[in-house]
Design a protein around this ligand. Structure first.
Ligand SMILES: [Zn+2]
Length: 173
C-alpha cells in the first residue's frame, strides 16, 4: 500500500474557482439601471485596487442593455453589451438579471444569471458555467473524493466511497 509520499493523490485537475474571478453581481447596479446611467465598478484585493470596469446603460424599447468597457491586459479596449432581463418577484417587485453574453462552441449561452465573472486571463465576462468555474468548497470536496476513492481502491474496495462522497456534491457538477 502506498503512502502519501508515493502517489499523486494531490495532483488533480484544478479548475479555476469563482473566488479567483472578478465578480459582477447585478445587485451592484441596483438603482442605476436607467438609460444614460454610467459609472465604474472597482475591485480590490488585500486593500489594493486591482481592476475596474466602466459601464453605461442604454434602452431600446423595453430592453435594457448594460455596456461594459475595460482595458484588457493593458493592450486591448473591450466593450461588451450585456442584455438585461427582468422577472417579477412574488411581492410585485421586479428583479434584474444579466444575460450571459458568451458564445461557447458556436452556441450563444444567453443564460439568465445574477452574476457574471471574469476569471484570470479571460477576456470577457460570462456566467460561471461558460467559464467552467467551480466553488472552492467543491474543489476541496473533489480532492476529498479523489483521495477517498484512491484509499478505497488501495484497501481493496471499489470506488464506492468516492461515489458516496460525490453524491453530496450536487451543485458542484
Ligand atoms: Zn454563459
Amino acid at each position: 500500500m502506498g503512502g502519501p509520499g508515493s502517489g499523486n493523490w494531490y495532483r488533480f485537475d484544478r479548475r479555476t474557482t469563482v473566488e479567483e474571478a472578478w465578480l459582477l453581481a447585478v445587485g451592484t447596479l441596483r438603482g442605476r439601471i436607467r438609460p444614460g446611467s454610467a459609472g465604474t465598478v472597482t475591485w480590490s484585493r488585500d486593500g489594493k485596487r486591482r481592476a475596474s470596469v466602466g459601464y453605461f446603460v442604454t434602452r431600446e424599447d423595453d430592453r435594457f442593455t448594460v455596456w461594459l468597457h475595460y482595458r484588457w491586459r493593458d493592450r486591448e479596449d473591450i466593450e461588451i453589451p450585456i442584455r438585461l432581463q427582468t422577472t417579477r418577484t412574488q411581492f410585485g417587485g421586479q428583479r434584474w438579471w444579466f444575460t450571459c453574453p458568451l458564445i461557447v462552441g458556436g452556441m450563444a449561452c444567453r443564460r439568465r444569471v445574477g452574476k457574471l465573472y471574469l476569471p484570470p486571463g479571460a477576456r470577457y465576462f460570462g456566467c460561471r458555467r461558460c467559464h467552467g468555474l467551480t466553488y472552492r468548497s467543491c474543489q476541496e470536496a473533489h480532492q476529498e473524493e479523489r483521495l477517498f476513492g484512491q484509499l478505497g481502491r488501495e484497501m481493496g474496495f471499489d470506488a464506492e466511497i468516492g461515489r458516496l462522497l460525490a453524491a453530496r456534491l450536487g451543485r458542484c457538477r
